[in-house]
Design a protein around this ligand. Structure first.
Ligand code: SF4
Length: 63
């Protein structure tokens, strides 16, 4: 599973980092970043949960 954050949409709320801190990190610019391009299998459910919880739908997952 590949992951990306759309920096144009992200508002920096930090929810993704709270739910999946091994996949996302909040920065002042450009807000949240994905720490990995390919999500490790043991982080996939957290990454999906963070994606569902993102209020801006700024996280893109590709299986
Ligand atoms: Fe950005 Fe969405 Fe993460 Fe909030 S949850 S920091 S809007 S990617």
């Amino acid at each position: 599973m590949r992951v990306k954050v759309d920096y144009e949409i992200c508002q920096g709320c930090g929810i993704c980092e709270t739910i999946a801190p091994l996949v996302f990190r909040l920065q002042s610019e450009p807000y949240a970043v994905a720490l990995v391009k390919v999500v490790p299998p043991d982080q996939e459910s957290s990454a999906r949960e963070a994606t569902d919880a993102c209020p801006e739908q700024a996280i893109l997952l590709n299986d």
